[in-house]
Write a protein that binds this ligand. Structure first.
Ligand code: ATP
Length: 312
């Protein structure tokens, strides 16, 4: 954990208890608890419609909540107090800035709204736009636009930065650059709350991840501990020629393209019986792989369990 920034709220940047939000009869957020320490990069990971934007906009003070307690830097964001708003940086999913101004002019303008802005050229360099500082917004690529959005959120030198799906629509190299920017922010001691539906993004950037599905948090932890989920589960994968089926008793499930997969807490026995069967039957277990569940495995399992429950 990094040192507290000395402002009100102690070492906790965000604390949420029992958060709920309904839109008419639709309960989009159904009792969320979470806590983000200062200096952390916290990722809320979930599929479309899981409730990420609703949650983040409640934390930012842009949406009202139906129930629950929320503290952001020691304040209730629903009150939209000036002190709190000037200490948060917000990158919305879409923003509209004046197209005919240059990058430097737009960032300077935003910096002027805050009591203790960060140096404008430093902000522009931090998001990797130093070479484009004098270009007009309308001359920028989509990826560069997003970087301007991040620069605007940083103009006021916020303690806490919200990034809602920061790399949606980026090509792979723009994503890497955005990740570098987020890491630099953490290096400056900022707290970052990001939402994403990319597992690799959460895995690469976050100290802690909360997986949200159908308005509820279904798992939280570091990307590594979430992957293993504290269990002894092991995943065994391999492929077989079409028409060849492994012994039913091993509970191995068919996947796409002739692949088979099983998650087990007794890998030694399963492997022994599986390889014994394959040798006796004279078949090769092509691409045989034994691994611990990755964050992706856990994410897919949790979000699909939720989906099945919901459907039931
Ligand atoms: P995405 O990844 O697609 O952005 P999300 O996880 O951010 O999704 P939300 O935008 O929070 O999800 O939406 C959660 C649920 O609430 C969805 O079913 C959505 O249709 C619904 N919803 C969101 N905003 C509103 C609104 N203003 N009025 C009515 N329903 C809404």
């Amino acid at each position: 954990m990094t040192a507290a920034n000395g402002a009100a709220g102690g070492d906790v940047a965000i604390e949420v208890r029992g958060l709920r939000k309904s839109y008419g009869s639709l309960e989009a957020v159904r009792g969320i608890d979470l806590r983000v320490e200062r200096g952390e990069i916290f990722a809320m990971l979930g599929p479309n419609g899981a409730g990420k934007t609703t949650t983040v906009e409640i934390l930012e003070g842009y949406r009202s909540r139906s129930a629950g307690e929320v503290r952001v830097l020691g304040h209730d964001p629903a009150r939209r107090e000036r002190d709190l708003m000037s200490r948060m940086g917000i990158v919305l999913q879409q923003s509209g800035v004046q197209q005919y101004l240059t990058v430097r002019e737009v960032v300077s303008m935003y910096a002027g709204y805050y009591p203790h802005p960060r140096d404008v050229d430093e902000v522009i360099a931090l998001v990797g736009l130093a070479d484009a500082a004098d270009r007009r917004i309308l001359q920028l690529s989509g990826g560069q636009h997003r970087r301007v959005d991040v620069a605007l959120a940083l103009a006021g030198d916020p303690e806490l930065l919200f990034l809602d799906e920061p790399t949606t629509g980026f090509d792979p190299s723009a994503r890497r650059q955005a990740w570098e920017t987020v890491r630099s922010l953490a290096g400056l001691g900022k707290t970052v709350f990001l939402t994403t539906h990319f597992m690799d993004e959460a895995q690469t950037l976050a100290n802690r991840v909360a997986i949200i599905a159908r308005g509820q948090i279904v798992a939280t932890g570091s990307p590594n501990t979430l992957g293993a989920r504290g269990s002894q589960a092991t995943i065994i994968r391999f492929s077989l020629p079409s028409g060849v089926v492994p012994p039913e008793a091993l509970g191995i499930k068919p996947m796409q393209g002739g692949a088979w997969r099983v998650e087990t807490e007794g890998p030694t026995r399963v492997l022994h019986e599986l390889t014994g069967w394959a040798v006796a039957a004279g078949v090769e277990l092509v691409g045989l792989e034994v691994s611990r569940p990755s964050l992706e495995d856990v994410y897919l399992a949790l979000t699909s369990e939720e989906a099945e429950e919901g459907a039931a």
